[in-house]
Design a protein around this ligand. Sequence first.
Ligand code: C5P
Length: 224
Amino acid sequence: ELTADLTGRHVVVSAGGTREPLDPVRYLGNLSSGKQGYALAVTAAARGARVTLLSANATLPDPAGVDVVHVSTALELREAALKAVADADAVVMAAAVADFRPAEYATGKIKKKDGVEPAPVALVRNPDILAELSAHRARSGQLVVGFAAETDDVLANGRAKLARKGCDLLVVNEVGGGKAFGRDTNSAVLLSADGAEAEIADGPKESLADAVWDAVVARFDKRV
Ligand code: C5P
């Protein structure tokens, strides 16, 4: 069944993973596929939202009925996000954003020299887009949602991250050994700044996406 409970809302979703170039042919990147972010975009559109999808290097086709903005680096994602959130009701940052980027970009391919160890690559911090969007809401009542992958002390780390980032909701993906819950499968916990905590059962990424939108809609209803 389809509930159009996001009708009249503009939502912004980031997906994929940023790439931070070293030279014309190399980058620092991550393994994010973009599937979770795309599932969030598709489910929001199905629920009636106008959706802007900020796609960082995902190789998935542009979903029908969604405005897709393609970006590559964290700085490009930040620019696109600041622009897109101006009139957004909710922002969900599902993209894996590189914490660091190479301090310098070599315009020519970096060469190896036989018998010479390379100099270490100097890195600089990228801005934390989620923290910035949370601290400077483009609209009052705008809901900001983050994602976090944690291997240990999932709940404690998740709660600390939620507070540090200043977002309304944080979807904590349990990755790795899953010690905290004593199982190997990935699962998610939805933490809320209002104190609510809910487990999201293992399942397809669309189910997790719907659970996130359910939580967002519930908070719209409280605020409006
Ligand atoms: O700090 P950590 O990378 O675990 O936080 C993950 C969350 O923060 C994700 O929602 C991600 O999109 C966002 N993030 C960001 N800018 C960064 C790093 C992470 O928006 N530089």
